[in-house]
Structures are given as structure tokens and as C-alpha cells.
Design a protein. Structure first.
Length: 119
């Protein structure tokens, strides 16, 4: 499995932007489907965005479509989430996740990074 470390969270005002980054260690990163999830206290972790191994296919939660963009650089072993037009309801801990080719579930997780959007 790959090890994942997120960075880039913080406090931003409504309408602002943040860019989250996830650094992966491991030689098989390019084989992984990568994704971002988020979680708020008392709620289940929810899917935000996903990108396939090549970066050629992406998928988003409906509420972030047109505002968030997921991308990856397999030469640097990174996956990013550009978040624009942020809303207070985007406030959450954001997690980077990876799914290996032999798994049906995301089986590598980062520690999470806090994003807070003030109104």
C-alpha cells in the first residue's frame, strides 16, 4: 500500500479558494485510483472526488461540481484538490485515499487536513 500525507488545509472566507495536496510514497502510486473524502463531526465520511490512474477520468460529488478540481501527477506521486468558491458547508476534515488495483475499496488513507470556511 502507499502512504499518504495531506497538506494545504486552513481557514478561508466564503467564496475563497484552497488547494489541498496529497503526497504518496510507494512505487505503485500510478496504479492507484485516488480520491478525496471529507468528514464533519457526527457524520459519516463522504466522497468528494475521484481520479483514475492516468488522470483521464474524474468524478465528483454533485455539490462540488464546477467548484472543485482533482488532478494528479504520477511523476511526483501527488494528487491535488483545487477548491474554489468555497462555502461554509464545505467545512470538514479532508482525507486523501487510494485504492489499489486488487481492492474493491479504498485501502490507503491519509491522516486528514482541516478546511474551515467562515461565513
Amino acid at each position: 500500500q502507499v502512504q499518504l500525507v495531506e497538506s494545504g488545509g486552513g481557514l478561508v472566507q466564503t467564496g475563497g479558494s484552497l488547494r489541498l495536496s496529497c503526497a504518496a510514497s510507494g512505487r505503485t502510486f500510478s496504479d492507484y485510483v485516488m480520491a478525496w473524502f471529507r468528514q464533519t463531526p457526527g457524520k459519516e465520511r463522504e466522497f468528494v472526488a475521484r481520479i483514475n490512474w492516468s488522470g483521464g477520468a474524474t468524478y465528483y460529488k454533485d455539490s462540488v461540481k464546477g467548484r472543485f478540481t482533482i488532478s494528479r501527477d504520477n511523476t511526483k506521486n501527488t494528487v491535488d484538490l483545487q477548491m474554489n468558491s468555497l462555502k461554509p458547508e464545505d467545512t470538514a476534515v479532508y482525507f486523501c485515499a487510494g485504492r489499489s488495483p486488487d481492492s474493491l475499496k479504498f485501502n490507503s488513507w491519509g491522516q486528514g487536513t482541516q478546511v474551515t470556511v467562515s461565513s
